[in-house]
Write a protein of this length. Sequence first.
Length: 207
Amino acid sequence: MEDILDVYHRQPNLDFPLVCMDESCVQLVGEVREPIPMSPGHTRKIDDEYERKGTAEIFLAVAPLAGKRRVDVTEHRACVDWAHFMKGVSDEWFPEAKKIVLVMDNLNTHDVSSFYKAFEPAEAHRLAQRFEIHYTPKHGSWLNIAEIEFSAMKRQCLDRRIDALTKVRDEVEARANDRNNRNRKVDWHFDNDSARVKLKHLYPELD
């Protein structure tokens, strides 16, 4: 935890941009019966019955100090999907950076070894060297700014039944573009001094 908090309080540096990454699975759900539209004095009515149409995996990267976010939607969450997404973060988002400071959860696909499953060894090695990785601790995913962004995203554009991957992609890309255009940054205040007081129960007791 303290490692992540130290990272968040580093001085901004264009050579070492901060990026927070997360992913989430969304169930694709279709209507069995057409909803009844809203009318004067009546709310919109949706039948409880629904049709499952698979899932979509959303990859999200947030550069909190730059006010930028990047999203991609795929059919699954394989190592190669993560690798290609992170290549985009590296080569399209921050091609001039000396190294990208990356905060993310410690999922099995979130590892530089995934680059070797997606690219030739020389390219995989190049990409692995592009990132300085900091993993959030177990049960500490709340420290990941990308997870906070996901929470807002789900409330704003994924809080209803969506039946196709392309529609999910349209929704999340439109939201990301809107927030990018408004340069919505994240001002993180919680630090290690605060953690040692408010989260004292997480620290071991010394005799």
